[in-house]
Structures are given as C-alpha cells and as structure tokens.
Design a binder for this molecule. Structure first.
Ligand code: GLN
Length: 595
C-alpha cells in the first residue's frame, strides 16, 4: 500500500484536534491551584502552626490534596545548626532536610510526608540567589532584594505546589505582622496574588488579650495588626481570633467592621486542652467551607484524603483514658530555659508516646527527667523516683552534658527491668552502658565525648570524619530516610508486624526510617557485644551499620534502642509500632506493680 504524503497526515491530525477542541468536553478542567497564606498578628506563640495544620486536616478530609509550607524568616539555611533550647526540636523530613518543629505538626495533622520544597528560610533563599549571582546567573544585572529575592520566593511558593501535585498550598509565614524579617515573604505573597488574583487568600491568626486588671477582651491590637498588614498592600480575608475564651458576637463584629472583613470570616479559637481538638472545633465552625468560599473553590477533586470520623475518635481517645495511666520518664537536658521548663525540644517524642498510649488504651503521663540530676546521684540517691516510672525514654542528643546521668538512668532501667526505649543517642548510650557494665570495658565511651577512650564503642562514621575535619557542619549528618533490615524473631521485627494491635498479613523485615547522626556503633565491637547478649535486630541493608539494639525478652521486658528517630514517623492515626510496643510493656509493668 502506498504511503500517504506526510503533509496530508499532518493536516488531518490538525483537523482532528480542532474538531475535538470545538466539541464540549466531559472531562472536568482542573481548577487552578489555590494558596492560603497564614500570618500571625499581635504576638508569636499563639498556635499559628496548629491553626495552619488544622486547616490542612479539614481540607484533606474534604478531598483536597494539600501541601503545607513553613516559612522561617531567619538567616540560618536550615534548622540543623540551632540549639534546641533556642529553637525547639529539629524535625527531619524524608529528604533529610532539617526543619522547624512546625513541619512535624504539619505531617502529623496531614498524615502524609512533606517535601524539602515545603520549607523555606531567608538563608535558603538568599543563598540560592547569591550562588546564582556568583555563577553569572543574572546576566550581568544588579541583583537586589526586590525583585530578585522576592521573585525567588514567589518561584518557591509555586514550586512547592507543583512538586506536591496538590490542589491547595497553605503557607505559614513565621513571625508576626510588623517584624522586619518576614516582610519579603509577605511581599512575595502579595505579588503571587497579582499573578493569581482569584486563587490567593490571607488568613491572620491573631491574639486577643484579656488584661487581668480589666477582665475584658481587647480587639484593638488585632485591628492594628490587620491595618498594618493592609499598609503592605495585603487585604485580610479571614481572621482566627485566638484568646483564652471564646470571642463574643459584639467583638466579632467590631473586628469585621474595623477591618473590612465579613463577620462570618472572623473565627473564634479559644484555648483548649489538646491540639488535636483544634480541627474538630474548626470543623464545627465550618472553617473549611468559609475558606473554600473565600477561595472560590469548586467541588473537591478527590476522595477524602483523611477520615474525619477517625480523627474525632482519636482526639477524644487521647484524652479519655484518664483512669488507666502509665508514667513515662523522658530523660533530657534541653528542658530548662531560664526559669521555665520547655518540652518543645522533644515534641515529636512526646506526641509519639501519646499516639501509642491511645493505641494501648491508656493515657501517658510524661515526666521530664533532668539527666544532670543523676550525674551526682551515682551513690543511689534519687533513683527511687525512677521506680515510679512505667517506662523510660532517652531521646536524641549531642555533646557531653548530662551524659553520665543518662548512662546511670539506663543502667537502672536495665537492672530494674523498667521498659526502656533509646532514640539515637539513647541507643548509643545504652550500648556504651552495656559495654561498661556487662563486658566490663572500663571507660568505654563515644568518641564524640572522649576521643581518647580505650574502648570507642560508638565512633564517628568514616565519611563524617572528613566533614568534621573541614568544619563542614551544616546539613552534613547522615540525614533522612534510609532502609534497614530486621532480624527474624526479634522484638523489633515482632513490633513492626503489628499495626494498632492487629497483625499485618505479611511479616515485615524491611523498614525505612529517618535519621540524624554522625556516630555509629563501632563495627569492631559488634561481635563482643552480641556474644555478651545484646542483639542487633536491625541493620543497614549492607549489614554494616547497626540500626536497632535490643535485649531478648527473657532478659528484659523491653530494652530497645534505635539509631534512627522513629518519632518523626509517628502519626496520630498511625502510631509508631516501636512506641506502641514500648507503651505496651509499660502498661504491663504498671499492671504487675499494682497487682
Ligand atoms: N550525637 C549522636 C550522633 O551524632 C546522636 C545524635 C542524635 O541523637 N540525633 O551520632
């Protein structure tokens, strides 16, 4: 058969395409991507992150794919180099990016993993603009904050949306209206709205104080904040009114009138017992509908991404088991800031305990145990307080302070058979304690603390040694998601084979967990440690790196440590199996003690 001339085929294709275009399409056109900016008014620390995350929960439950973005205006490129007492927990993503603790809340409230593009700092933005300038990327132009820095931010807002393939981005701008540091991020949001006039809304989470001397809730600071935001060219669409008590109708209308906002778009958000109630309360106030209406958003394009009934059950359950308590000690050193005790540095650990307590139908009462208190108590004094605990956790950490105290607590937990969970540093220290006490290796240590120890049980990983020698500290640890293999018939493998008390159809031997460390169990000591009874039940797939250490059940009810951080993957509707197993052991101990 003779072939048709190529040109004719081309014309036919064109004609077919034109025909198709003129036919009414039955396929729904994808609606444009929507952006919600969340900005704080009056003061920080009023729950802007939780409000952002909660809106994410509600929109996901409606059937929208949501990505949550955190903007941190500081000049650090990421959160990895900051002291936890200064900044709270460093939360690690799958990608290995070290971020703000708000990202942890976002993942927990969305029930999904976020990407490195969902986190922005001024340092990150400036660094990429400056690096590009050094590489002649601006074609000889004068590079300035406006437009180059601003446009870099706009591009990142758009990129996060694209990479996630989401329908809606909720972007929380850190700091408060009036800060110098976050102005460029608000300016970029304003410009994004010019580009997408119908697809961007601004939500202000503001604080309404009730001065003790007056006993009356004041709206003025919130009005001032919103007016200041409008002086940047940004119009507020929705206000979340955070206060100790609910906002009354009169004040609602006052804010609405003064700030040009529809009264129904001023939402009351009084203090509540648990952050997991926030989406439930916002749901009662129909926040998602109000936001969707402001965004002119059509029907949800997907099935619900999250089950709101499950969420409600969990939010209730977390508070409800008060009569069955387990007491968990978290041994740390980042608790004290000035005269205050802060648990911010360990927030993912504390939340992970809560979820697993709920899975075990108990309520966890957390006790902060200051490691330094046990350094001088080597004579046995003070340890009696530990007997009241049903479980002990030594979480991640760095450096020398509190170390001997932590080792003393671990020894006590091992000998007294108190369930123990060691997280990263907590696993390294339990290995050192075992080497010192069971293998009788005097002065065994980690080279992080004692570079000259005769027994470097924990040693720096070879590639890390070079980085340290170069002084290359930022974002260079072994970070993010790595696979591990579990040994059969171990506590770890058994734990991972269950989910919420139900046995999974297939026994798990491969896991992936998030990491953040420079040191590891020294391969030279593994054989001796194992001979002495410590079981390494999880290893990197090449078998080189020890990921989980444990004592068998006949020696201890639960004595297990992980080189990784399971807390970063614990979610309210998906508690982490190792935490669940640990809380189960704590519950059993409690049962034994009280019988
Ligand atoms: N300091 C230890 C290390 O770098 C433990 C780190 C941690 O607990 N995240 O390996």
């Amino acid at each position: 058969m003779a072939r048709k001339p190529a040109k004719k085929i081309l014309n036919r294709t064109k004609a077919r395409r034109a025909q198709a275009a003129s036919r009414p399409s039955h396929k729904k056109a994808k609606s444009p991507h929507k952006y919600i900016f969340v900005i704080g008014g009056v003061m920080s620390g009023v729950g802007k992150g939780v409000a952002t995350a909660s809106l994410g929960t509600l929109l996901s439950a409606k059937g929208f794919k949501v990505n949550l973005v955190k903007v941190d205006p500081y000049l650090n490129v990421d959160a990895g180099t900051m002291n936890p007492t200064e900044h709270g927990e460093v939360f690690v993503l799958d990608s290995g990016l070290e971020t703000d603790q708000d990202m942890g809340n976002y993942e927990r409230f969305l029930g999904r993993d976020l990407t490195a593009d969902d986190y922005l700092t001024s340092g990150m933005v400036y660094k990429s603009v400056i690096d590009r300038e050094r590489a002649l990327g601006y074609g000889g132009k004068c590079v300035e904050a406006i437009p180059q820095i601003r446009d870099e931010i706009v591009g990142r807002y758009e990129r996060a949306a694209k990479i996630n393939g989401s329908d809606i981005s909720i972007i929380e701008v850190g700091g408060t209206i009036g800060d110098y540091q976050n102005i460029m991020f608000i300016e970029a949001a304003r410009v994004l709205k010019i580009r997408h006039p119908h697809d961007v809304v601004f939500m202000v989470v503001s604080y309404l104080p009730t001065p003790g001397t007056l006993g009356e809730m004041k709206t003025r600071p919130t009005q001032n904040a919103i007016n200041q935001l409008s002086s940047y060219g940004v119009t507020t669409d929705i206000v979340i009114a955070r206060a100790a008590t609910p906002l009354d109708q009169r004040r609602k209308e006052k804010i609405a009138t003064a700030c040009n906002i529809l009264p129904k778009r001023v939402i009351s958000a009084p203090d509540i017992e648990s952050i997991y109630d926030v989406p439930v309360n916002f749901d009662k106030d129909k926040l998602a509908d109000i936001v969707l209406e402001a965004l002119d958003c059509p029907e949800p394009p997907h099935q619900p991404q999250l089950d709101m009934n499950e969420w409600r059950k969990m939010a209730r359950g977390i508070k409800d088991h008060a009569e069955h308590e387990v007491h968990i000690g978290v041994v740390g050193k980042y608790f004290n800031t000035g005269d205050f005790i802060l648990s911010d540095a360990y927030i993912s650990v504390l939340e992970a305990i809560k979820f697993s307590a709920y899975a075990n139908k108990v309520k966890a009462v957390i006790h902060t145990v200051n490691a330094r208190d046990f350094e001088i108590a080597a004579n046995g004094e003070g340890f009696a307080a530990l007997d009241k605990l049903d479980g002990i956790i030594v979480p991640g950490g760095f450096g020398s302070s509190g170390i001997e105290g932590k080792l003393a607590v671990i020894k006590y937990a091992r000998e007294k058979k108190i369930p123990y969970l060691g997280l990263c540093y907590g696993m390294q220290l339990m290995t050192i304690e075992y080497a010192r006490d069971v293998l009788k290796l005097d002065n065994a240590h980690t080279t992080e603390i004692d570079p000259k120890t005769p027994h470097p049980i924990i040693d720096i990983m070879p590639d890390q040694r070079e980085k340290m020698a170069r002084g290359d500290y930022g974002g260079t640890m072994r970070l993010g998601l790595y696979p591990a293999k579990l040994s059969k018939d171990t506590i770890a493998q058994e734990a991972y084979s269950y989910f919420n008390g139900k046995k999974l159809p297939k026994a798990t031997t491969s896991i992936k967990e998030r990491h953040r460390h420079r040191y590891e169990v020294n391969p030279k000591y593994i054989e001796r440690l194992e001979k002495a009874g410590l079981v390494f039940s999880g290893r990197s797939p090449d078998g080189r790196l020890m990921e989980i250490a444990e004592l068998p059940r006949d020696k201890h009810p639960f004595f297990l440590g992980t080189q990784f951080h399971p807390e970063f993957l614990a979610r309210p509707l998906m508690p982490h199996p190792l935490f669940t197993e640990f809380v189960k052991a704590a519950k059993e101990r409690k049962g034994r003690i009280s019988n």
